[in-house]
Design a protein around this ligand. Structure first.
Ligand SMILES: Cc1cc2nc3c(=O)[nH]c(=O)nc-3n(C[C@H](O)[C@H](O)[C@H](O)COP(=O)(O)O)c2cc1C
Length: 380
């Protein structure tokens, strides 16, 4: 949610006045510690693995859970594990999305290592993997080696400016077909992607994604999973620089006034809850195009691969000045979502397979980077 949406949500004037009164104070309330990893990337570390990792932790990942655990105890080696306390059991029961997030992480890591002339060889799931639930076995073991032949990847240039843009998009700006083609060409197998800016298709998909979003919000246990990850105001964000963060002077003032709380957000009788839905629908209903990534089978390696492809698309779109925002609700594998899951697969993967990522495209305001845990907190 942004400032404008929130003003609508709690009813303009009074709060605007309160916001102004608190303005001088609130302006000093940027969660700078939580944003420090964006400044540290590349500059705070000289050891090659740490330097590449300082970029990898900025990768997109579901609900910004950042479920990485990193073992650097062996020279030139990175062992990556999942923090099983950072999963999303209600909306991601088989950890499919969490695994995609690791794919994003690994691809950013590879791009950053290549920038410094390091090749990364990778063994995925060296001790096997459970296809239903991730466990304590390593996700990957990586070996770093200096290699003068390694090619720099031009997408490196966009890592620090990459965002998931959770804002309404400009309804008057169409997404050029050439940009859709460029997004699709960056992935490993073009057969696994699709994209559209066709107005009829966009209309159908707006309606499907809005319905899926509503279902997630109206299903108490799935909505609660999100609300429990709300971080409202500087103090909460600095303490837990992850999840769904609400920062900036207005949210900070509202938090101080006790107006915006997790309790209010989850109460379906409150006007905040209802207007919050309206605000979220402004995002789904302003999609100007879509892109998606499918896989024929749905193995852990397919999911890692989809993450690699998705973050490449996200970096390409950053270079294009095009906003991208994943909308995963209809892809989620819990029983209540079944109808929407089937509908989106019928529409976008009529020959079978799994849609791993689906995102809306358009032009929205960049609200800056999202918080991150510092790299050292992730090293075992
Ligand atoms: C597998 C996956 C699924 C995601 N699904 C959603 C989603 O349904 N809705 C959403 O707003 N963001 C979604 N995101 C984006 C994350 O919320 C975002 O990456 C995270 O909050 C960090 O923000 P950043 O990408 O701007 O750094 C998804 C990201 C990944 C990798």
């Amino acid at each position: 949610m942004n400032r404008r949406k929130f003003l609508t949500l709690i009813g303009g004037g009074t709060i605007l006045a309160a916001g102004t009164a608190f303005g001088g104070f609130a302006a000093t309330r940027t969660p700078s510690k939580a944003l420090q990893p964006w400044h540290d990337a590349g500059s705070a570390y000289s050891e090659p693995r740490r330097k590449a990792l300082s970029y990898a932790i900025l990768a997109p990942n579901p609900h910004n859970r950042q479920p990485w655990k990193i073992d650097l105890s062996q020279p030139d080696t990175i062992k990556i594990f999942v923090d099983t306390d950072r999963m999303l059991p209600a909306t991601d029961p088989f950890n499919r999305q969490i695994t995609i997030g690791f794919g994003c992480f690994l691809e950013v890591l590879r791009i950053a290592a290549a920038q410094d002339g390091y090749a990364v060889s990778e063994q995925l799931f060296p001790q096997g993997v459970d296809e239903k639930n991730l466990d304590d076995r390593p996700i990957a073991i990586l070996k770093f080696s200096k290699d003068d032949a390694v090619k720099k990847d031009p997408l490196f240039a966009h890592i620090l400016n990459r965002r998931s843009t959770k804002q309404p998009f400009d309804l008057n700006r169409r997404v050029p077909k050439g940009d859709l083609d460029a997004l699709r060409s960056t992935v490993s197998d073009k057969a696994n992607t699709g994209a559209t800016n066709d107005p009829d298709r966009v209309k159908q998909l707006r309606s499907l994604t809005s319905a899926a979003l509503l279902l997630e919000i109206e299903t108490p246990r799935t909505y609660r999973e999100s609300v429990e990850l709300f971080r409202i105001g500087k103090a909460e964000i600095e303490t837990n620089p992850d999840g769904i963060s609400f920062s900036g002077p207005l949210f900070e003032s509202l938090a101080l006034l006790g107006v915006f709380t997790k309790e209010a957000a989850i109460d379906p009788t409150s006007s905040g809850y209802k207007q919050g839905i309206t605000a979220e629908l402004a995002n789904t209903n302003s999609a100007m195009g879509y892109v998606w990534i499918t896989s024929k089978t749905n193995t852990r390696k397919d999911q890692i691969n989809a993450g690699r492809d998705y973050v490449r698309m996200n970096l390409v779109s950053t270079g294009q000045g095009l906003s991208i925002h994943p909308l995963s609700q209809a892809l989620q594998e819990y029983p209540e979502m079944d109808d929407h899951f089937k509908t989106i697969h019928k529409m976008l993967a009529p020959n079978g397979g799994t849609i791993q990522m689906f995102a809306r495209l358009g032009y929205g305001q960049d609200k800056g980077p999202k918080p991150r845990w510092g790299l050292t907190t992730k090293i075992l």
